[in-house]
Design a binder for this molecule. Structure first.
Ligand SMILES: *[C@@H]1O[C@H](CO)[C@@H](O)[C@H](O)[C@H]1NC(C)=O
Ligand SMILES: *[C@@H]1O[C@H](CO)[C@@H](O)[C@H](O)[C@H]1NC(C)=O
Ligand SMILES: *[C@@H]1O[C@H](CO)[C@@H](O)[C@H](O)[C@H]1NC(C)=O
Ligand SMILES: *[C@@H]1O[C@H](CO)[C@@H](O)[C@H](O)[C@H]1NC(C)=O
Ligand SMILES: *[C@@H]1O[C@H](CO)[C@@H](O)[C@H](O)[C@H]1NC(C)=O
Length: 694
């Protein structure tokens, strides 16, 4: 976990001088950390903010806080300005361009900086294209740098950027080796000299190749070498040296090798001239997956079904920029239109959540027996980022699942597929649903000893609710039909243990175990009812009738168990009258239109939450003052008063824009202090889209 220190050294004083404000405009608000290149668990580079940090005043970092140096300079009529990163270059002088604005959308973070007589617009585009699996699975992100004159005159402009070797490992002492390709693309590649497949250090992949690339052509130059040599060379000469070869492969931190690219934009007037850089990390295989018989399968990213070399895919990606931008703008607009129907605050929260949620996941395929890609064998894998790194954690997929329902429910089925297939193999011994596919990404090894983190009611209910949700949303019963007996097995477990849930964890495991959890019982009972609906879809009306009546009977009993004798609210756990909590599991009753729980429950909870809301939201439950952002949005979708709904959202916006945090959107935070209580960059923020579905 990172400390909450906002800045180091002099920065602290600067922060105090600008409390609550930046000298540039932020649209829609200044978030705790701004996504720059956020596509996969490993390509996840951000600009931490606190009270506000300009693009060219601190280093960008991986989500966990380690520096991933990314540098940018622009020369204007031979004057040098920095627009990105925090480099100092001994022997060369430059001025920091002045940041004028920062804007984020669902797919882009856009900075405008003024550099003497020109404006530099830096657009970080991390595409989200949930229906095009080739594009979505390309682990690359764009930085588009556009320059335009602001004084009516034309100016000679050259643009430079580099990345350091720090992107390649969680430890800077590892040796890297490198090369440059000059074809239709100008592309640097570097990799660890001693990679370890499927391994990580500090959540950073210990294998795969890093790329920093641009289209080749007139005015494009590239150079690899020591930081001050490459950067200083550009600052002195406005181009990079094509003859100075540094082939002294060495450690990431040994005279810091950097991978520089430069483009001469020539004479630039008020019509913008631009250059597009692409940063990426390609590893193959991507995922290890356990098959029946405990064999292990090596799975690869989907795009390999279309491109057979890295250079081909990089060339496609760079040439695809205009299409990618148009697609991204269309998605941004759709999300903005849909979310502003709730409120402007809500649109900001959703926009900040989409890249973070999607970048936790990777689309994979396997090879068939003849060595050809099998695009009928799609599996989608999610890393439980920051909390423990598990693979396809059911109770992390579950809070995130609204984003898949919104963007493409097929992706939801592809996330469940590895879990179903593993449990159908018979390797997993428990009668309830497994918690996750493997203890650490990207190894989906399963839990053949059955000692995965036990959340029996939680995960069984989650699987049933998601099974029905995705089948309905795709109009496709293939998957629920194939795995009907597993779904029925989990239903039997819920019939045994969900009305009076034994002492166990719910998804909120950080809050501890508890018996008789009211909200967990809601999930289990909804799970049973979902199996009734699944049975109906599969033509089994006897089961539909039986499971529907069991669920209805449980609701009647649950109402007695869960009611508080001292206040008009549900308890956190039965017979604990003063306790209460967010009854967010009711969301599935509402969204699926089950009408399983009576209206009085919704009305009562609505009245109650109005009395217990703090500055930064309603606490998760009476054990702590912290809350969860995902569950807050889910709860906002079940209350019967739009004023309270909007208060849930405005208090969440107050938290995420209060300047007190500097990590990628943390879903766990204190409702009184407004500070994160741990967790960052997790995919559960996909649950922030919940209001778009009701
Ligand atoms: C750039 O020019 C300065 C001043 O002449 C010199 O000290 C420095 O070494 C040069 N840097 C490079 C990388 O050539
Ligand atoms: C491709 O994968 C699907 C799904 O796992 C499988 O049913 C099919 O047999 C595979 N095809 C080949 C040619 O291996
Ligand atoms: C599913 O069917 C419904 C009703 O026929 C239709 O409105 C909806 O667009 C379909 N969805 C998909 C993903 O095909
Ligand atoms: C759970 O609630 C039931 C119903 O009120 C009660 O009989 C049982 O003793 C409770 N269990 C625990 C461990 O408190
Ligand atoms: C209803 O389901 C329960 C639980 O599976 C089972 O014990 C019972 O026999 C079923 N009842 C009927 C009438 O099928």
């Amino acid at each position: 976990m990172r400390s909450l220190t906002l800045c180091t050294g002099l920065g602290l004083f600067a922060v105090q001088a600008v409390v609550g404000a930046t000298s540039w405009t932020n649209t829609p608000f200044n978030p705790p950390s701004i996504p720059l290149a956020v596509r996969t668990p490993y390509l996840s580079t951000w600009l931490p903010q606190g009270q506000g940090v300009a693009l060219n005043s601190e280093w960008a970092t991986h989500w966990g806080g380690q520096t991933t140096a990314w540098t940018g300079f622009v020369k204007v009529d031979d004057e040098s300005y920095s627009y990105l990163g925090a480099a100092s270059v001994a022997g060369s002088s430059f001025t920091q361009a002045t940041q004028k604005s920062m804007t984020f959308t669902s797919t882009q973070s856009i900075f405008v900086l003024s550099a003497g007589p020109v404006d530099v617009t830096v657009t970080f585009l991390s595409p989200v294209d949930a229906t095009d699996f080739v594009r979505q699975s390309i682990p690359m992100s764009y930085m588009h740098v556009s320059v335009a004159s602001t004084d009516g005159a034309t100016h000679s402009v050259q643009v430079y950027s580099d990345i350091s070797g720090e992107w390649a490992s969680g430890s800077d002492s590892w040796d890297i080796e490198w090369s440059t390709t000059a074809t239709d693309i100008l592309s640097h590649q570097y990799t660890l000299v001693s990679p370890a497949v499927y391994e990580e250090i500090s959540d950073r992949a210990q294998y795969g190749n890093w790329y920093y690339s641009m289209l080749n052509g007139a005015g494009a130059t590239a150079q690899i070498g020591r930081d001050i040599t490459v950067r200083g060379g550009f600052l002195n000469n406005s181009v990079l040296s094509t003859t100075a070869k540094d082939n002294n492969f060495r450690a990431i931190s040994d005279s810091w090798p950097v991978f520089g690219l430069a483009k001469d934009l020539g004479k630039v007037g008020s019509t913008a001239a631009s250059v597009t850089f692409a940063v990426g990390h390609i590893r193959d295989p991507a995922i290890k997956y356990v098959l029946a018989g405990n064999a292990k399968q090596a799975r690869s990213l989907y795009f390999w079904s279309k491109y057979s070399t890295a250079n081909q895919v990089i060339s496609f990606f760079l040439n695809d920029y205009n299409t990618a931008l148009a697609t991204a703008n269309a998605l941004d607009k759709q999300v903005q239109t849909d979310a502003t129907k709730i409120s402007d605050d809500y649109a900001g929260i959703v926009a900040l959540s989409i890249r973070q949620a999607m970048a936790a996941n990777e689309i994979t395929i396997s090879k068939n027996a003849f060595g050809a890609w099998n695009t009928s064998d799609v599996m989608y894998f999610m890393k439980e980022i920051s909390s423990d790194g598990n693979v396809n954690t059911v109770d992390v997929v579950f809070p995130a699942h609204p984003i898949f329902l919104y963007l493409n429910p097929k992706l939801g089925e592809y996330l469940l597929e590895p879990l179903y297939r593993y449990q159908a193999s018979g390797l997993y011994p428990n009668k309830w649903s497994v918690h996750d596919m493997g203890a650490h990404y990207p190894k989906a090894d399963g839990h053949n000893d059955g000692t995965d983190e036990a959340m029996p009611v939680e995960e069984s209910g989650n699987m049933l609710i998601m099974a029905l949700s995705f089948a309905r949303a795709t109009n496709d019963t293939t998957q629920i039909k194939r795995y009907e007996s597993l779904l029925d097995q989990w239903t039997q477990y819920l019939i045994e243990d969900s009305l009076i849930p034994a002492f166990q964890l719910s998804t909120d495991d950080f809050a501890g175990q508890l018996a008789n959890q009211t909200n967990l019982a809601i999930k289990g009972i909804i799970g049973i009812r979902c199996m009734a609906e699944i049975s109906k879809l599969l033509g089994n009306t006897a089961k539909y009738t039986n499971y529907s009546s069991i669920a209805a009977d449980y609701v009647t009993k649950w109402q007695v168990y869960s009611a508080s004798k001292t206040g008009a609210h549900l308890t956190l756990d039965y017979n604990d009258d003063a306790s209460w909590g967010l009854a967010y599991n009711l969301y599935s009753d509402v969204r699926l239109g089950l009408k399983l729980f009576p209206q009085s429950v919704y009305d009562e909870q609505t009245a109650w939450y109005k009395t217990v809301i703090n500055q930064y939201g309603v606490p998760l439950d009476t054990r702590h003052t912290y809350t969860k952002s995902d569950w807050s949005v889910w709860t906002s979708a079940i209350v019967t008063d739009t004023g309270l709904r909007d208060q849930f959202i405005s208090t969440l916006t107050a938290y995420v824009s209060n300047g007190l945090n500097n990590v990628p959107f943390s879903d766990l935070f204190d409702t009184i202090s407004g500070k994160t209580a741990g967790f960052q960059a997790r995919p559960v923020v996909g649950g922030h889209l919940a209001l778009l579905l009701v």
